[in-house]
Design a protein around this ligand. Structure first.
Ligand SMILES: Cc1ncc(COP(=O)(O)O)c(C=O)c1O
Length: 437
């Protein structure tokens, strides 16, 4: 719900007005969802032409700070880039178990220590031969053509670079709905327009993708498995259907394999079906989010553009990180630990889904770290869960058009947690005033 603006916006030109709004957002004075004054009203207040305010609002929209809310005017985005982290997370009361984060379980991550490596100087190859060789073998074994590779600072960095290499502000991008909020926010910050594609347990819905293609999307982002928030994983049949839609097209296809090694399901990739594509595999979930490394495979032009742009910025991803990742990938003891983590996540996911099914509650969680529970009303369900001692992530952050739900991160659930949590979720889904069976 939009709230009236108290903060006093200042400035005499579009840039200054936009900067003043950004300051208000950064200070927390303009909260997520806050309505900005109508263009004419602010123009009058500042003594400027309405076109100047309209230009300021356009700048803010292009930077992903605000969005148009149709006839309700312009409002601060739910998570604009300038909102401080402290205002972005969920305020979880003391004593409440926080299942809202999406993080892996720290206890299931391998210990990491950095061994001294060879000296690396400007001019060395951006991706180490050892990482390139290992990644190429792993990706090829999964059916991903790996003739061209780059290393990026995680999956989202790779996605951003691929989008920037091919698209321009105003272009439409098909994204899963519900989908990962950071991606939706990134599109806004790049001036790209999300085109929602519904998801079921087998991945993006072909009919929705066909509609999005018909609406002229220039790119499609698909989460191969461990879809966030629903846990969907692209099945073999769904991959065939999606490939048929994308075959030979000019649409840029980006596949996000952020949960590789702990997803709990095999990969069915779409890579290579369209002329321009990128497949990005992150090390973050299996080895730890601080391991800011992903390998990116793609068609030659896409990979060259990504590597070229990287060269003009940070240059490359530190070989320290690349060597560390190769060391982890090759270590049989680490491989056992990662396999154990994958089993533990699978057991928690399946356990919670089964316990909810036994209570007649629909839940989704085929792969990854999260379970998605459709609810009639997120605020009511969140309040009930809090009262029972649990916090989940409200679905509003993940949704564009789809129906409400809650995301429960299962990473730290112990077997003894499952029944009490399922009881609490079942009661929360049913809402007040009804029996919880
Ligand atoms: C769908 C999706 N992609 C990517 C990531 C993050 O990957 P990285 O840390 O490699 O950027 C996440 C993290 O939760 C995610 O949910």
């Amino acid at each position: 719900m939009a709230v009236p603006v108290q903060y006093r916006i200042s400035g005499g030109g579009a840039e200054a007005i936009a900067a003043s709004v950004e300051e208000g957002i950064a200070a927390g004075a303009l909260a997520p969802g806050a309505a900005l004054p109508a263009i004419r009203e602010l123009a009058q207040q500042l003594g400027v032409n309405p076109n100047t305010v309209a230009a300021a609002y356009r700048l803010l929209r292009d930077r992903g700070a605000v969005e148009s809310a149709g006839r309700r005017g312009t409002r601060v985005r739910d998570r604009p880039a300038t909102t401080p982290r402290s205002l972005r997370g969920l305020a979880v009361p003391p004593g409440v178990r926080d299942l809202s984060t999406g993080n892996p379980n720290p206890a299931l991550l391998p210990a990491i220590s950095v061994a001294p490596g060879p000296v690396v100087l400007y001019g060395d190859p951006p991706i180490t031969p050892a990482l390139a060789e290992l990644a190429a073998a792993e990706l090829a074994a999964d059916g991903v053509p790996a003739d061209h590779l780059a290393a990026t600072s995680g999956a989202l960095d790779g996605i951003e670079r691929v989008l920037a290499a091919h698209l321009r502000p105003g272009d439409r991008v098909a994204v899963e709905d519900p989908g990962w909020p950071n991606l939706i926010d990134l599109l806004a910050a790049l001036g790209l327009v999300p085109e929602p594609v519904g998801v079921d347990d087998d991945g993006p819905l072909p009919a929705d993708l066909a509609r999005a293609l018909g609406r002229g999307v220039r790119a499609v982002v698909v989460t191969s498995r461990a879809q966030n928030p629903t846990g969907a994983a692209v099945s073999a049949d769904r991959a065939d259907d999606l490939r048929a839609l994308l075959d030979g097209s000019d649409v840029l296809l980006i596949e996000d394999d952020h949960c590789a090694a702990i997803a709990g399901v095999p990969l069915h990739t779409l890579a290579g079906v369209s002329r321009h594509w990128a497949f990005i595999r992150s090390a973050a979930k299996a080895y730890g989010p601080d391991l800011r490394l992903a390998v990116l495979a793609g068609d030659q032009r896409t990979v060259e553009r990504v590597a070229g742009r990287l060269r003009l910025g940070p240059g490359w991803v530190s070989h320290l990180l690349q060597n560390l990742t190769v060391g982890l990938w090759r270590d049989p003891a680490v491989a056992r630990q990662v396999a154990d983590a994958e089993s533990a996540y699978g057991a928690a996911r399946a356990g919670l889904c089964a316990a909810l099914a036994a209570r007649d509650v629909v839940a989704h969680g085929r792969s990854g770290l999260n379970v998605w529970v459709p609810v009639p009303d997120e605020a009511v369900a969140m309040t009930a869960l809090f009262a029972a001692g649990w916090a989940a992530a409200p679905g509003a952050r993940f949704r564009i058009r789809c129906a409400p739900g809650l995301r429960v991160t299962i990473a730290e659930l112990a077997p003894a947690d499952i029944d009490p949590l399922a009881d609490a979720v079942a009661a929360a889904v049913r809402g007040p005033g009804r029996s919880s069976v």
